[in-house]
Design a protein around this ligand. Structure first.
Ligand code: BG6
Length: 289
């Protein structure tokens, strides 16, 4: 078993997780899905939202934090193919945990194809998730094609952010960018001026954008800054009243407390890797006052 630095504590409830507590921040990461559930920089409130109704049981998606969607985004192609892929419900192995001189903690999680993954998606791959818990949270998600044929895939770091009231926050950075409005059927791109505001169910896929975004939260008097590399899609989601009520693992009254701004390569931005090639998507999340 991997030796852990004193900043990392293992806990084995129904789902195994690691709690990181260093001089910059506190975070909790589940082995299932290499899933960051919580990130709280020192002196700040919680940055990631999670539902009090979330399940924490093997093979069930966790509602909140940062689920990793791979190798597809959205609905599966059959009932056997779970929404957002199998990565978020598959256990990763922690292969690295160490502190650096600046006090940040670095962890690496690995997943390779198995009989179970090949039954859903017939490709050999190696996935690694490198997470740095410092004043900023950094996640690098790397996929390598370890087989002898090309494959295509979609991916997302499906980040749920904690906000005081979704109706009062705005998301800057995607002004005038075209998006597919999934609430309206998502067929033809549309656009909207100004920062994004949440006034109804919102489910937008922005393609061909590498822009950084910022969630401005007047009530918490903070902005969350979201920077990304090698991610061409951004998905913005809030389920609002009716969809929240339909989701069993999402409290009916919880929707004002979150917005998702997801760093992805999805839809028109799906990726193809030749044998031996790899791709690394990087997300950086920080708080600004
Ligand atoms: C978002 C999608 O990324 O994830 C939404 O755009 C979807 O359409 C949401 O409802 C949550 O998905 P899930 O599978 O976690 O319920």
């Amino acid at each position: 078993m991997l030796e852990l630095p004193s900043t990392v504590t293992r806990s084995s409830d129904t789902l195994e997780s690691l709690t990181i507590c260093n001089r910059h921040a506190r975070a909790r990461i589940f082995l299932q899905g290499a899933h960051v559930l919580s990130f709280r920089p020192v002196g700040e409130g919680e940055v990631l939202w999670s539902s009090v109704r979330s399940q924490f049981s093997p093979g069930k998606p966790i509602r909140g934090g940062i689920p990793i969607c791979f190798p597809w985004f959205g609905a599966g192609s059959s009932p056997a193919h779970p929404a957002h892929g199998f990565a978020r419900t598959t256990s990763f192995e922690c292969v690295r945990a160490e502190d650096s001189a600046d006090g940040a903690t670095h962890l690496r999680f690995r997943l390779v194809d198995s009989e179970a993954t090949r039954a859903l998606w017939p490709h050999p791959f190696a996935a690694s998730v490198d997470i740095t818990v410092g004043a900023t949270l950094v996640i690098a998600f790397t996929i390598a094609n370890t087989g002898d044929a090309p494959f295509s895939f979609e991916e997302a770091l499906h980040t749920y952010f904690d906000v005081a009231d979704a109706r009062r926050v705005s998301v800057a950075g995607l002004e005038d960018a075209p998006f597919l409005d999934k609430v309206a059927g998502g067929a033809t791109p549309t656009s909207a001026p100004g920062p994004i505001r949440f006034e109804a169910e919102t489910d937008r896929v922005y393609n061909a954008t590498t822009a950084s975004t910022r969630i401005d939260d007047p009530d918490l008097v903070r902005s969350i800054v979201i920077e990304k590399e090698a991610s061409n899609s951004t998905v913005v989601w809030n389920p609002w009243v009716a969809k929240a009520a339909r989701m069993p693992d999402f409290g009916d009254d919880e929707w004002p407390g979150m917005v998702c701004v997801e760093s992805a390569n999805a839809g028109a931005d799906r990726l193809t890797l030749q044998p031996g090639e790899s791709h690394k998507l990087v997300l950086r999340v920080g708080v600004r006052r």
